[in-house]
Design a protein around this ligand. Structure first.
Ligand code: ANZ
Length: 844
């Protein structure tokens, strides 16, 4: 028997697919379509196991759908702008473009070795001017629709990457890429008006039935709709300010009001612009980032003004007005009324500045004497100490009731607020899409005419200067528009803009006039199944949804509001972590296994400590290089293993043993294939044809169901079962035609997972132009069922019988069964308990 030579088989099929353009697809309205898309990679240099998993899952689906007769679009591209290229280029004195292109070449070759069914003719790269030209046109389109604007704003400044970050890119007060503590800085920036679509983005979630709930919840929380009320507070003091508006979700706690707090950027701050103490305070505030998380965990500090605010429900009560670091300028009105008893931030602040803490809500199970002491009580209950509001149940009733009163007195009105902020897209970086805008000497904005697009990035420039290298490109910056000397914008676009619409470009990758052709997107969009990491739940997936809203806005030609009708978020690939005796991380290939224990390869006396399995990351050195795996075990083994261990949405534990056993299984399948082929050639009688037909049908149903439910790991289990069935049964006599027919069906179901192996076997049995095999429902009925026989409560055996067998018939069989009869007295059966088709208990 021959050994399966995966190298030659895999190369053969990859060359075949490439030469025949097997996965090339055309827009064809006469066929039903399926658009299968995995999140495209950043070309960092090499593919990693996360890519292998993501693209294998997508490929299984794409191959399955195409066998089912769908016209499948399964493209690939590169998210190729961004910081790593710029940093790597700086370090090695290279051109980011060349660095990126080399990486793309390398990664494309690696992906091809995985045997993915990708239409490479549609490949796109976002740093290519044929791509970003259209992005610039979209920018101008949104600019015309007033969905892009420029504003001076406090931004999240990453001092290490020297760039601005969007709120979504600040995680626990740190830059998502650099990990540096984010600072506040005032800069003039370009914004996309994403908040205009807050309600639409929220409503849209309801319709995304094939999205994971956890992603929808994360987006919902991020959009953050709050129901409350705006209240106009009367202000007294020696400044020309009469009123300050606050947004509150808890107007019902107004009687617990003990201070009013303003953001340091509130318009009132202009009266303090030369107050040294205030400026010092402001400076102190700048040290905490601008994000809510940073503010929530940071110290609450305040600056007391000489103003007082009047309680609208109790004009006799007047409280001090502070500036406070926990009040955000871009939420509500940048002003808060403080109720320390029922809000923890206000509580911390009141403790620090010794302000009154007046309890106005008691929990249901407490009496009127209840007072807040160690921490705020934000929970439900009954309103107390609040004059005419007393006794209302909080929060629902009390909030609505208070709003009614305030509205009647014209002191406030109902209001809905969203947390979602506009998306700051300016980046002070070279390696990004230039913003197609210019300015005159006075800073007046001029959009670059569409006929002058693309605004190309200058090449071969010195990157080793602090800040944005484009700032010093005077030749590039100067531009003449209609005889007027202008200066180009030097900020480039956040790379998340590039990935917000790339799925449209895949539909028309070579269209020159516009980013896509209408007939193409009318046919292909929305993406039927999008697959990627859950880490993109907010950023990329929300931006993409916004992009569709923005393009559809005021547009008779485009009305696609949701880009991805199905979303699947796959789990991480994990591996054990290792440390040497000096506590340094070490990688799996620096380890040798001796007698079940792990030692350092280079010094076999040193025992390695094994840590928990964690998601593969360079920092912990627990990565496995897919390229090595593919060259040692083959792409099919890698695909089989990455799918076998756990459900695709859960983490998968990578192990050497696992990949070896996948490799061995393919070898076994190969041996089985040889046996089957030799049985086919024997052309037996059809004695057992029924059995194999029935089995194949059952197997097809299981695989079908598991494919439909994304239970890809269970398909691997189905494959193992199928192997043991066929391997055992193959010596029975099947007619040639039946064996070929059924084996072919089985092999076709293997093509999505083991495309090289299965196609090779199919070509051996000369199967051509095959389709996905459908199962025959009528063949699924079980012939015989097993019925448990108990005698006097004890299990004594199983009887195989046809379903629906009557009690009498069953008893007949038992009475004729030698093994059974010895356990009971046939003439003296006292009682029979029969649970149809399952169990018969005979008491004698
Ligand atoms: C008084 C109050 C009493 C509040 C109480 C809460 C509890 P959500 O639900 O997230 O929308 N707030 C309003 N504007 C703010 C700003 N610019 N910066 C920081 N905080 C701000 O939160 C709404 C609540 O956040 C509002 O309701 C307000 O505090 C605060 F027992 O008003 B509340």
């Amino acid at each position: 028997m021959s050994r399966y030579n995966f190298k030659s088989v895999e190369t053969k099929w990859q060359n075949y697919w490439e030469k025949n353009k097997s996965f090339k697809v055309k827009t064809d309205p006469s066929k039903k379509k399926f658009y299968c898309l995995e999140m495209f990679p950043y070309p960092s240099g090499k593919i990693h196991m996360g890519h292998v998993r993501n693209y294998t899952i997508g490929d299984v689906l794409a191959r399955y759908k195409s066998l089912q007769g769908y016209n499948v679009l399964h493209p690939m591209g590169w998210d190729s702008f961004g910081m790593p290229a710029e940093n790597a280029a700086k370090q090695n004195n290279l051109d980011p473009k060349k660095w990126t292109e080399t990486n793309v070449l390398n990664m494309r070759t690696q992906l091809k070795k995985l045997g993915l069914s990708i239409d490479w003719d549609r490949e796109i790269s976002t740093c290519n001017k044929d791509y970003y030209k259209h992005q610039q046109a979209f920018f101008l389109e949104l600019f015309e629709k007033k969905l892009v604007y420029r504003k001076e704003n406090y931004v999240n400044w990453d001092p290490v990457d020297e760039t601005v970050l969007a709120n979504e890119q600040v995680i626990d007060g740190k830059g998502w890429r650099s990990g540096a503590i984010v600072e506040r800085k005032k800069l003039s920036q370009w914004f996309f008006n994403i908040s205009k679509f807050s309600q639409e983005l929220l409503d849209g979630l309801e319709k995304l039935e094939s999205w994971p709930n956890k992603v929808k919840t994360m987006q919902k929380n991020w959009i953050g709709k709050s129901f409350g009320c705006e209240i106009d507070f009367k202000i007294e003091g020696d400044l020309p300010i009469k009123n300050i508006k606050c947004f509150t979700t808890r107007p019902d706690t107004l009687f617990g009001f003990s201070f009013l707090a303003l953001s340091i950027d509130h318009e009132v701050s202009k009266f303090f612009s030369d107050n040294k103490d205030f400026l010092r305070f402001k400076n102190e505030c700048s040290k905490t980032g601008t994000t809510e998380e940073a503010i929530a965990v940071g110290d609450k500090i305040g600056f007391k003004t000489n103003l007082e605010a009047v309680n609208p429900l109790n004009p006799k009560q007047k409280v001090p007005v502070y500036f406070a670091n926990f009040v955000l300028m871009d939420y509500g009105f940048g002003a808060v009324f403080g109720c320390p008893a029922h809000d923890q931030r206000d509580f911390d602040f009141a403790k620090k500045y010794n302000l009154e803490i007046k309890t106005v809500v008691r929990p249901i199970d407490e009496d009127e004497k209840f007072t807040v002491s160690d921490e705020a009580y934000p929970g439900p209950g009954i309103i107390i100490n609040s004059d005419f509001l007393n006794g209302l149940s909080a929060p629902e009733n009390s909030i609505l009731e208070t709003i009614k009163i305030l509205e009647k007195k014209k002191l406030g009105k109902k209001q809905i607020n969203f947390r979602l902020k506009d998306w700051g897209v300016s980046r002070q970086r070279y390696w990004g899409c230039p913003i197609p805008i210019a300015y005159d000497e006075n800073g007046k904005v001029y959009p670059i005419p569409k006929s002058m697009l693309p605004v190309e990035l200058p090449e071969n420039i010195n990157l080793n200067i602090k800040g944005n290298p484009l700032d010093s490109q005077n030749n590039w910056r100067e531009i003449n528009i209609n005889g007027k000397k202008l200066f180009r914008e030097t900020d480039t676009l956040d790379t998340f803009v590039c990935s917000s619409w790339y799925y449209l470009r895949f539909c028309s990758p070579t269209e020159t006039k516009y980013g896509f052709k209408k007939e193409d997107i009318d046919y292909w969009m929305p993406v039927d199944q999008y697959i990627g990491g859950v880490e993109h739940a907010i950023l990329h997936l929300l931006y993409s949804r916004f992009f569709m809203q923005a393009l559809s806005h005021d547009n008779n030609n485009f009305n696609i509001l949701e880009p991805f009708s199905g979303l699947f978020t796959q789990g991480m690939v994990c591996h054990e972590t290792y440390k040497d005796p000096d506590n340094n991380w070490i990688s799996p290939d620096e380890i040798e296994n001796i007698n079940g224990k792990k030692y350092l390869k280079k010094d076999k006396s040193k025992l390695v400590s094994v840590g928990p399995s964690e998601s593969m990351s360079k920092s912990k050195k627990n990565t496995i290089d897919p390229e090595n795996i593919i060259s040692n075990y083959g792409a099919d083994s890698a695909r089989l293993f990455i799918l076998s261990d756990s459900p695709p949405e859960k983490d998968v534990q990578w192990s050497e043993e696992g990949i070896i056993s996948s490799f061995k299984f393919i070898q076994k399948l190969w041996k089985l294939n040889e046996k089957v082929v030799s049985e086919i050639n024997k052309n037996h009688n059809s004695d057992f044809d029924d059995e194999i037909v029935k089995y194949t049908n059952k197997y097809l149903k299981r695989v079908h169901d598991n494919l439909e439910s994304f239970s890809y790991n269970k398909i691997i289990a189905n494959l193992y079962e199928m192997y043991s069935f066929l391997n055992k049964q193959i010596e029975k006599t099947y007619s040639k035609q039946t064996l070929v027919e059924n084996y072919k069906k089985i092999l076709i179901t293997m093509t999505p997972i083991l495309p090289h192996f299965a196609n090779e076997c199919l070509s051996i049995i000369k199967a051509k132009n095959f389709k996905w095999p459908e199962y025959d429902v009528s063949m699924l009925k079980e012939d015989n069922i097993n019925i448990v026989i108990q005698i006097n409560g004890k299990k004594r055996g199983l009887i195989q019988a046809k379903p629906n067998i009557s009690e009498e018939k069953l008893l007949e069989i038992i009475k004729n069964d030698e093994k059974m009869v010895k356990y009971f007295n046939q003439k003296n059966i006292k009682k029979k308990i029969y649970i149809k088709d399952k169990l018969l208990n005979i008491i004698s």
